[in-house]
Write a protein that binds this ligand. Structure first.
Ligand SMILES: Cc1cc2nc3c(=O)[nH]c(=O)nc-3n(C[C@H](O)[C@H](O)[C@H](O)COP(=O)(O)O)c2cc1C
Length: 334
């Protein structure tokens, strides 16, 4: 699908979506890292009915495969994030809406099923608060505070300007004229978690954690969940693959709060591996953008449905019927 998307996307848009930071080592390693694990299937279980349903922070979902927050969907589809939201909802999944979205939050919310709002703690704290409050008012089920980007990672492949319209929204996210204070606040500490929770009453998940000690600090500071991520290899290059960071984080906090993971997850077997390593759900980033560029909302739905069907098949062959039956005993190696 990436090749098909590349054929239809503006080359600058393709490079923006595909890029990783630095020499793209983390980007290149991510998918292969999932494939280093080996499965130990259980046999002689009744797997005539397999279910991929779950409850995530009180929200019932048909699949643990969620859409990661990614910027600027208008470059992939004329309806942008509205089309993404429709496709994700049709798949019974959950959208994490980027704070760098190119459609208004109210428009996206109107098309969405369950959705969460991704947030950066900006130098301009009032702007951060406005984004969080607007998301809460529009019906977001949670906030996702991304913490792996105190500064924007350098991506040599990205060229500007990007093929986006010049409007209020693209200006607000600093695409055309960078507003003062619109960049991330590099002095942000764990107190930002409680601040966002008190402001909105919403659960706050923290995205971009790779270490067990950081996960513990986040939970102590009030995080309702932790997302193991290296930002799809777009921030610190050579950051550890999430396939190798996940287990320690899940071991530290996974019985207290949901632990999610993203980065290079491309097949249902990758999802099964992540769940066996302790994730409650996973997110996929770039493939959603490719699907959106190739076939709009229905492409996004088909992508998520396919991944969920692959997961269901892998579960049956591994001898598990429900997500809660997936445990660390299914894995060995690397
Ligand atoms: C084009 C692009 C834009 C992204 N924008 C954001 C963003 O605005 N906020 C955020 O928290 N993460 C952002 N991410 C990171 C994703 O949420 C996610 O961590 C990553 O894409 C997962 O890896 P994958 O693309 O290999 O599935 C972005 C990733 C990509 C590829």
């Amino acid at each position: 699908m990436e090749e098909q998307a590349r054929a239809v996307l503006d080359p600058a848009a393709y490079d923006f979506y595909a890029a990783g930071a630095g020499d793209e080592t983390s980007l290149a390693e991510a998918p292969g890292a999932w494939r280093t694990w080996r499965l130990l299937p259980r046999v002689l279980r009744d797997v005539s009915r397999v279910r991929t349903t779950l409850d995530l922070l009180g929200t019932p979902l048909s699949s643990p495969v969620l859409a990661a927050p990614t910027a600027f969907h208008l470059m992939a589809d004329p309806e942008g994030e509205v089309a993404t939201a429709r496709g994700v909802a049709a798949a019974g999944s959950l959208l994490v809406l980027s704070s760098r979205a190119t459609r208004r939050v109210e428009e996206v919310a109107a098309a969405a099923g369950p959705w969460w709002q991704q947030i950066y703690a900006l130098r301009d704290r009032d702007a951060t608060a406005r984004t969080a409050e607007a998301a809460a008012a529009a019906g977001a089920g949670a906030l996702v505070l991304t913490v792996d980007a105190p500064y924007l990672g350098t991506k040599p492949r990205v060229r500007r300007p990007l093929p986006l319209p010049d409007n209020d929204l693209t200006r607000a996210v600093g695409l055309h004229t960078r507003g003062p204070g619109q960049e991330q606040d590099p002095s942000t500490g764990p107190e930002a978690i409680g601040r966002l929770h008190r402001l909105t009453g919403l659960p706050v998940l923290v995205k971009g954690v790779l270490r067990a000690d950081d996960a513990r600090h986040c939970v102590q500071a009030g995080a309702a969940g932790v997302i193991v991520s290296n930002h799809g290899g777009r921030q610190l290059d050579r950051a550890l693959s999430t396939a190798h960071a996940l287990r320690a984080v899940a071991h530290e906090v996974g019985t207290e709060v949901p632990v999610l993971a993203d980065g290079g997850i491309r097949t249902g077997t990758d999802v099964l591996t992540a769940l066996a390593l302790g994730a409650h759900a996973v997110l996929i980033g770039r493939p959603v953008l490719w699907a959106l560029a190739v076939a709009g909302a229905s492409g996004v739905q088909r992508l998520l449905d396919t991944c969920t069907e692959e997961l269901s098949d892998a579960m049956a062959l591994a001898g598990v019927r429900t997500l809660s039956e997936i445990g660390p005993d299914l894995l060995t190696g690397p």
